[in-house]
Design a protein around this ligand. Structure first.
Ligand code: AMP
Ligand code: GLY
Length: 420
């Protein structure tokens, strides 16, 4: 099987690496990729958001399976174009990708499927903002009603901060989504979906804020771990039954059947699990930990998903331990990151590349906000965490920053689902 992975982050590096361990895979390419994917995959140039260009590349390279990593190409219809060219594609249609691309669409689908989620209102006129804010908060949750790479959300107990963010969005022509605040630990559940059948992967937790102790602004994700030692053993089955399967069925009923990876971002509240958001693709950095624990050959699994054969697959085979990843971010991230710093230690085992590129002189340099995602695995979460941070210590990137508390509270047993 010839596998083409589209994207250039650590998620794509993890996908490429897992595919490279699948004995059914004869060739791997990554477009556009990064300095890390180049070690396992042919690097192909492409405008990942251009449906015709990706489809032409897939035909030209004779791909048997195209795996699309990021949301922007999916929302733009790249998966539709690849399938139209007759090639199996792991990733939803533009229609189904609206579950991530439009928060209003997602809320409508969830309401129809009776899936619990935060109460919300859309504000598109500044004259209505103050009255709407008065109906929410404190704490206020203010979102951009569109794709914002995890950075369009402000969660704050401060009215002026909430109002200022909403005004910035409105001034930029973006409708604002206000939401009720959901308390309780967050979980990310990734599910393979072939239109009908849902196969959950291990649950994970992501760290959205830039600083230790959840200080500072939201980012695309600064670290993750899997599985969740504090979760009940029946949690995943309950989430599939009550949340994911109803949404998959609702999308199919709307002629927007979902194929690919449906990612439920959840808050486990005292009222039960509630959806924070759905994403239409593998999450980053959770993918790095989930795939580190998956023994089942990945490419065959994704091909079965893309071709409607998930129900025939044997149960997934997991490594029994835990995995932790720590993101190393460039100076300035999540604001404007500084690029061009030389990275040393980037070839250390467990180091996945995100914003990196190889310079003409051979040096690997930073080329994005999240630069590396360093993965450790172990028999338990404490051991995985230790390995991840030992590997972080072997990497050097001038001016970089990373969180030192990824998975720490879980190791300490300090996370619990609130009860009423
Ligand atoms: P999103 O881009 O919608 O995933 O939001 C980014 C982050 O903001 C989430 O991972 C949560 O940490 C936080 N967040 C979003 N919506 C809510 C909510 N309704 N209640 C509490 N926290 C939220
Ligand atoms: N881990 C957050 C995201 O991928 O959106």
């Amino acid at each position: 099987m010839r596998v083409l992975v589209v994207g250039s982050g650590a998620r794509e590096h993890a996908l490429v690496l897992a595919a490279s361990h699948d004995p059914a895979v004869t060739a791997i390419a990554c477009a556009p990729g990064n300095a890390g994917t180049a070690a396992h995959a042919e690097q192909l140039g492409v405008q990942a958001v251009d449906p015709a260009a990706v489809a032409a590349l897939a035909v030209d390279w004779q791909a048997d399976l195209v795996v699309i990593g990021p949301e922007v190409p999916l929302v733009a219809g790249v998966a539709d174009a690849v399938r139209k060219a007759g090639i199996a594609c792991f990733g939803p249609s533009a229609e189904a990708a609206r579950i991530e691309g439009s928060k209003a669409f997602a809320k409508d689908v969830m309401a129809a499927a009776k899936v619990p989620t935060a109460h919300s209102e859309i504000v598109d006129n500044p004259a209505h903002l103050d009255a709407a804010l008065a109906r929410f908060g404190p704490t206020w949750v203010v979102k951009d009603d569109g794709l914002a790479a995890g950075k369009g959300v402000v969660v704050t107990p401060d009215y002026d901060t909430a109002r200022a963010h909403a005004m910035t969005l409105l001034d930029g022509g973006h409708p604002v989504l206000l939401e009720s605040f959901l308390d309780g630990p967050e979980a990310s559940l990734f599910c393979l979906v072939d239109g009908r059948t849902v196969v959950p992967l291990l649950p994970a937790q992501d760290f959205k804020r830039v600083g230790d102790g959840d200080a500072g602004p939201n980012t695309g994700g600064m670290g993750a771990y899997a599985p969740l030692p504090w979760a009940s053993p029946t949690l995943v089955d309950e989430l599939v039954r009550d949340i994911v399967q109803p949404v998959v069925d609702e999308l199919a009923a709307r002629d927007a059947a979902f194929t690919g990876l449906l990612y439920a971002g959840l808050a486990l509240t005292s009222d039960g699990p509630q959806v924070i958001e759905f994403n239409c693709r593998f999450g980053d950095p959770e993918t790095q930990v989930v795939l580190a624990l998956l023994n089942t050959p990945l490419a065959g699994l994704l091909h079965a998903t893309a071709t409607g054969r998930l129900a025939e697959q044997p149960p997934l085979d997991w490594h029994p331990g835990a995995a932790v990843t720590v993101v190393i971010a460039a100076d300035g991230y999540p604001g404007v990151p500084r690029a061009g710093d030389v990275i040393t230690g980037g070839e250390t085992e467990g180091v996945l590349h995100a914003g990196t590129r190889r310079r003409e002189d051979g040096a690997v340099v930073s080329h994005g906000g999240r630069v590396l995602s360093v993965v450790g695995i172990g028999d338990d979460l404490a051991a995985a965490r230790e390995q991840a941070y030992a590997r972080v210590a072997k990497v050097h990137l001038p001016g970089s920053h990373h969180r030192t508390d990824i998975a720490l509270r879980a190791v300490e047993g300090a996370i619990a689902v609130p009860v009423r």
